[in-house]
Design a protein around this ligand. Structure first.
Ligand SMILES: NC(=O)c1ccc[n+]([C@@H]2O[C@H](COP(=O)([O-])OP(=O)(O)OC[C@H]3O[C@@H](n4cnc5c(N)ncnc54)[C@H](O)[C@@H]3O)[C@@H](O)[C@H]2O)c1
Length: 223
């Protein structure tokens, strides 16, 4: 079994690569990552001899097709994304390119070269918010998409494209929409490491209440 893990130098992707090398030592693992500000090769340093690392962009069609032709992966798990809500408010363009065009590019390569499974790592942010005073409510797979930032809109767009590739081309796909994760290798701009780092340094903790401005929510909504 050969598995291509994109975004494997990031927070969750990196943890997944560690998990897979431990739990499935018989798998061949190829990691594709552009190494943006969020990627950190140090995360993979202890297991570098167990994987193949390729530095490239999931939205670069030539590079992705070349990689598929050479490696012929059985499974693709796509963690690669621009993932910071605040950055998406500053500059949506790169979010659309990586999160939507990158997803399309990977799935086109899956169609061209064949695949057992394409898995899209998405986010609960595609459902928007639940009212704080209604703990009885929760998201289900039937909850309508209700995006609130360029980040979540780009992730929802990618999800719709993944579903379309299943319906149109019968590509074997799955999508998961997890909530906030935290743990080892977390980038320090995210809520929990930011709070811990600031608290340890006796700095103010930047939690904002509900305001008129969407940016008042930037830390609490940060997936
Ligand atoms: N962190 C969370 O709590 C959370 C919650 C829900 C969903 N998600 C989703 O999980 C996935 C992983 O999130 P994360 O927090 O680990 O993100 P992250 O920002 O820590 O890592 C993203 C990785 O993708 C790489 N990357 C970015 N653009 C790329 C491109 N064009 N081509 C190749 N690689 C590229 C980066 O270099 C980085 O290594 C994302 O799809 C995100 O939307 C995250």
């Amino acid at each position: 079994m050969k598995i291509l893990i994109t975004g494997g130098a990031g927070f969750i992707g990196g943890n997944f690569v560690h998990y897979m090398t431990k739990e499935h030592p018989d798998y061949e693992i190829v990691v594709l990552d552009k190494l943006t500000y969020a990627g950190n090769l140090e995360t993979l340093a202890p297991i570098m001899d167990k994987i193949k690392f390729v530095k490239d962009d999931i939205a670069d069609r030539d590079a992705v097709f070349k990689l598929f032709k050479t490696e012929k992966p059985d499974i693709v798990v796509n963690f690669a994304a621009e993932s910071h809500v605040d950055r998406s408010i500053e500059d949506p363009g790169i979010f659309l390119k990586t999160n939507i065009i990158g997803t399309q590019t990977l799935m086109d390569a899956c169609r061209e070269f064949g695949i057992k499974r394409y898995h899209q790592v998405s986010t609960d942010e595609v459902y928007g918010d639940l009212p704080l005073d209604r703990p009885d409510l929760f998201f289900t797979e039937e909850t309508p998409l209700h995006t609130s930032s360029p980040y979540s809109a780009s992730k929802a767009s990618a999800d719709l494209l993944v579903q379309a590739y299943y319906r149109t081309y019968n590509l074997p796909v799955t999508i998961s929409r997890c909530s906030n994760n935290y743990g080892p290798y977390h980038f320090p701009e995210k809520l929990i490491p930011l709070m811990i780092a600031n608290a340890l340094a006796d700095k103010p903790l930047p939690v904002y209440g509900k305001g008129e401005n969407v940016r008042d929510w930037m830390y609490v909504e940060d997936h």
